[in-house]
Design a protein around this ligand. Structure first.
Ligand code: VGL
Ligand code: ZN
Length: 222
């Protein structure tokens, strides 16, 4: 009964062991790198996340590991117009960030880009998840390409990392679970905004409660 393997010929039977780096990736796995953009990752960014650039080395190593194992690799990119209800100036809560075609919206130059980029918010939509956005007028959810693209790549499992733990990483991982993916988050490769101290910790609690596998040690600020 045991010993079955999937078409990738590697780790994946019915059980997935994402804690183990050697069995984390395979043909049925998608690595999703969330919003590793200058405005979040660079200390000079308008919504700079403490330690944001520190995760680049780990993220790039994961990208390489995923690539070697035949996993699909996707990047999300916050891609706001100059005015959106997401920004404080227009009724939201955030400073202006990741405005289309600006430096702040670019993926960090230290990030290895080895797969497609899924943009979100381009038409003024609000929200945080890489999978879905909220229509700026009606508030209804609108899907991004991510779910269809992951499914098209054969992924049934996702590993999520990037910025920020308490917003876009959290929302993306929770949507991943809702959409039926086995979902894991790499704690060494995320950082929190922590608008209120402890937000990152609470986000991880929420993720664990939803069934997300937390990979690595829980350290404050992640
Ligand atoms: C994010 C706040 C506003 C994120 C995006 O990527 O976590 N946070 N927009
Ligand atoms: Zn945003």
């Amino acid at each position: 009964m045991s010993g079955s393997s999937d078409s990738s010929g590697t780790q994946a039977g019915s059980r997935w062991s994402p804690q183990n780096p050697d069995s984390r990736y395979g043909a049925r796995v998608g690595l999703v790198i969330v919003d590793l953009q200058n405005d979040f990752a660079d200390p000079a960014g308008s919504l700079s996340v403490a330690g944001g650039a520190d995760i680049l080395t780990v993220v790039n190593a994961e990208i390489e590991r995923a690539r070697e194992a035949g996993a699909a690799i996707f990047y999300t990119q916050d891609w706001h117009p100059a005015h959106t209800p997401h920004f404080a100036a227009d009724g939201g809560i955030w400073p202006v960030h990741c405005v289309q075609e600006t430096w702040g919206a670019q993926l960090h130059p230290g990030l290895a880009v080895r797969g497609p980029i899924v943009r979100k918010g381009a038409n003024g939509e609000d929200g945080y998840s890489g999978f879905s956005m909220r229509d700026p007028a009606g508030g209804q959810a609108i899907a991004t390409r991510l779910d269809a693209d992951l499914a098209g790549a054969g992924a049934t499992r996702i590993v999520v990392c990037g910025l920020a733990t308490d917003y876009c990483v959290k929302a993306t991982a929770l949507d991943g679970v809702r959409l039926g993916y086995d979902t894991a988050v790499l704690l060494d490769a995320v950082r929190a905004v922590d608008l209120t101290p402890g937000d990152g910790e609470r986000a991880l609690d929420e993720l664990a409660a939803a069934g997300v596998v937390l990979i690595g040690d829980r350290v404050r600020g992640r």
